[in-house]
Design a protein around this ligand. Structure first.
Ligand code: HEC
Length: 279
């Protein structure tokens, strides 16, 4: 009898130990996935499969690690909006939905999920579209002034036709963009060396869409006047952004929203423009 108790205690200890080890491995894999993802965001698109592999392996070992799931959701979202891989939209939706189940306080997941629903609605499924809008709004009500959620809302709505904006009570991204731009003003982030430049440029683009040429030019000039980063890679990234902004400011026809480097996730993060893949 005593032996059995001993054996069962030992087995339990071993099982708990194995679980703890798996969680430790999962954390390490998740951290690797995150750091490779940052390189991808900086421009090194060839590393995308590696980033995804680390995150998927981490998920296998620990399916409820919300941080890892959040990275996985964002990497799928990146594939859709930056690389145009529509088939990743359903994968992103599934991951963000899982996070919402696991952690209701993670409003960023709700915001991304809402954006995805509006994209999946294809402008035809009105109920789905409105649910997406509601989720993005709810995320902002739950955590007002959350920069991530403001950006997701403003950028998602930037792609909506006027009828859709009317259905949203004539939502205008300008106010949200202005708020975010002020928050980034003068702020230097090593993760996102161009956030200040990009937000000022997007503000300029929105003034242009509204026909306010004077404010548009002032915003573009403010974007170009942001101090240059120190890091060589970030400097190279900055030159690419500067060229696009200057072209638009000086009468270029192409909206920044339709300029490759400003579409998707690379803009604020660009530090390896030479590694962007041809497409
Ligand atoms: C408007 C600029 C901007 C754009 C566009 C942008 N980011 Fe970021 N991102 C930032 C800023 C600013 C930070 C750093 C925040 C800080 O320093 O705390 C950041 C940090 C990150 C990080 C590292 C910190 C974390 O949360 O894990 C990841 C990953 C990331 N962004 C993913 C993305 C993805 C995916 C996209 C496209 C959907 C994207 N970013 C688009 C501004 C941007």
């Amino acid at each position: 009898m005593r032996n059995w108790i001993l054996i069962s205690i030992v087995t339990t200890i071993l099982a708990v130990g194995a679980l703890a080890a798996a969680q430790e491995d999962a954390k390490q894999l998740a951290a690797k996935g995150h750091s490779v993802f940052l390189q991808v965001l900086g421009g090194d698109e060839s590393k995308l499969p590696e980033a995804i592999r680390y995150m998927e392996d981490a998920r296998q070992l620990d399916p409820t690690n919300v941080n890892n799931l959040y990275n996985l959701g964002r990497v799928r979202f990146f594939e859709v909006i930056t690389l145009g891989r529509q088939e990743s939209l359903a994968k992103a939706e599934e991951v963000f939905a899982r996070i919402i189940e696991l952690d209701a306080k993670k409003t960023e997941a709700l915001s991304f999920h809402g954006s995805i629903l509006t994209q999946q609605s294809g402008g035809r499924d009105i109920a789905k579209f409105m649910q997406g809008v509601t989720e993005m709004k709810t995320a902002l009500e739950k955590s007002p002034n959350n920069i991530n959620n403001l950006i997701v809302m403003a950028f998602t709505a930037g792609n909506f036709p006027p009828q859709a904006l009317a259905a949203m009570g004539n939502y205008s991204p300008l106010k949200d963009l202005q708020f975010v731009s002020t928050a980034f003003s003068g702020r230097v982030s090593s993760y996102a060396p161009h956030a200040d430049v990009v937000m000022k440029a997007f503000l300029g683009e929105n003034f242009k869409l509204k026909g306010d040429e004077e404010k548009a030019r002032a915003s573009f000039e403010a974007a170009l006047a942001v101090p240059k980063p120190n890091d060589a890679g970030a400097q190279a990234g900055r030159e690419v952004l500067t060229a696009a902004i200057a072209a638009r400011m000086n009468g270029g026809e192409k909206s920044l929203f339709n300029t490759r480097i400003f579409q998707g996730c690379h803009s604020c993060h660009l530090n390896a423009p030479d590694k962007l893949q041809a497409r």
